[in-house]
Unconditional design. Sequence first.
Length: 157
Amino acid sequence: MEIYLVRHAIALEALPGQSDDARPLSEPGRQKFKEAVQGLGRLGVHFDRLYHSPKLRAVQTAELLVPLLEGETEVTPYLAAEPGLPLLEALQGNNVALVGHEPWIGSLCAWLLTGRKDGGPFPFKKGGVAWLEGTPKPGGMKLRGFWSPRVLRRLSG
């Protein structure tokens, strides 16, 4: 199985009284991530299924990934919380993308690679992507690629 872990793109700061869950992507964040998606496309990346957090900025990031999707999207609260086995048990497909938030997406990456939750998260930049391959269980995957959004934008052409 291949898993692409994606941190949401750059979002606006919360307005007074606004829920953190309702923060949308900024226009520059949206544009930069569109270019990053083009870079992923040039690398031949595609997904059978795309899972994302219910928070608006993750929903909007997932929408920008749809050109690489050959299946369906699914919202899951497991990507807005500390990583756990219920998330891994819910995954279906051979190539999946997971769109979430720090510090959880970095912790998920470390957990899948090392089997340890206390190993410290990988430092995902907003719009960053990690490509993992193997069995989706703690310590069962290998890192195949780890791209900053800037690198992906440079690949877009």
